[in-house]
Design a protein around this ligand. Structure first.
Ligand code: GLU
Length: 311
């Protein structure tokens, strides 16, 4: 496994086309695209890393996975009255379907759906309390109390997040937000501004693997369902492409991170800030494609099949 990660990291670093860093959040625009990290945490907690796996990055939409688990913990299946479970086939911040579908977002991973999820775990508490709960969840999953939010990134997004404010106002006009637009956006942007290294994110993702020590955070049934949504909706309008190329549930963020789950086996975090045309990490996706090919770890494959050599 260590040799494989070293090879993947070397190959990624040698790739001349790194994709384009997200610029619509000013704080993220200046990140050096020449960075690549990968970490894998096995179900038993063993960790392997390569490249810039200990450099913190903005997890952005990867946070929507933790937010969804929290919201489901709060209201259970009632969440599905306010947000759907179908891929949108549109960009992460699109407003198009919201009008046609009466303010019920397609899924919890596009921005509109994530705003409803945030509103759900925010219900009845202050943004500070809700964000404290989110951080406690992430820290417990990673077993690492040093994980924090980057205030500058959050403020930078709040100051420029006109699309997300529009989505929130639209949801509110349909009665699909309980808290005020400002509260929901403030909480959402702070949630997206959580920073983690690949090592921390891979460990935090273990709550979606069959790890016995994680059952206090999410039930087996919910874990399965969150994985299903990651597979169908975790990469926006590139979700089909990611499933085709990698064959494992994943959630991407515009910070360039991707969390990938091999159910029963491992949680994998990969990071490189340059994005492809869908807004997902370019080198991260390519690295995961190579990883899946080398290991044979696909939910569509024969269990424990190894395609190329012994890893
Ligand atoms: N905070 C970002 C936004 O709402 C998250 C998008 C993403 O990571 O895909 O625009």
């Amino acid at each position: 496994m260590q040799n494989l990660l070293n090879d993947i990291s070397a190959q990624a670093s040698a790739e001349p086309d790194k994709g384009n860093v997200a610029t619509y959040i000013p704080e993220l625009a200046g990140i050096d695209p020449n960075q690549f990290g990968i970490a894998i945490a096995l179900a038993d907690g063993q960790v392997f890393t390569a490249g810039d796996a200990d450099v913190p990055f903005s997890i952005q939409s990867v946070s929507k996975v933790f937010a969804l688990a929290l919201a489901l913990g709060r209201v259970g299946d009632q969440l599905w009255q306010r947000v759907g479970r179908e891929p949108s086939g549109l960009a992460f911040d699109s407003i198009l379907l919201l009008e046609r579908e009466n303010g019920v977002p397609r899924n919890p991973f596009i921005n509109a759906g994530a705003l409803v999820t945030t509103d759900t775990y925010l219900a009845g508490s202050s943004p500070r309390e809700a964000l404290g709960e989110l951080l406690r969840f992430v820290r417990a999953a990673a077993d690492d109390d040093s994980i924090h939010m980057n205030e500058k990134v959050a403020r930078s997004e709040i100051a420029t997040g006109h699309r997300n404010f529009s989505l929130a106002h639209y949801l509110a006009s349909h009665g699909n937000l309980r808290a005020s637009v400002d509260k929901v956006l403030g909480t959402y942007c702070h949630q997206c501004a959580v920073e983690m290294t690949c090592r921390q994110l891979a460990l935090a993702g273990r709550f979606l693997v069959d790890a016995d020590d994680m059952l206090a955070l999410v039930s087996i049934e919910r874990r399965r369902r969150i994985n299903a949504l990651m597979m169908t909706c975790g990469h926006y309008d590139g979700s089909g492409d990611f499933a085709f190329r990698v064959g494992m549930p994943g959630k991407s963020g515009v910070g360039g991170g991707i969390l990938v789950i091999s159910p029963g086996r491992a949680s994998i975090a990969v990071w490189s800030p340059g994005l492809n045309r869908y807004g997902n990490s370019k080198l991260g996706t390519e690295a995961m494609e190579l990883f899946a090919r080398k290991t044979g770890w696909s939910v569509f494959g024969v269990p424990h099949m190894q395609i190329e050599g012994d890893v």
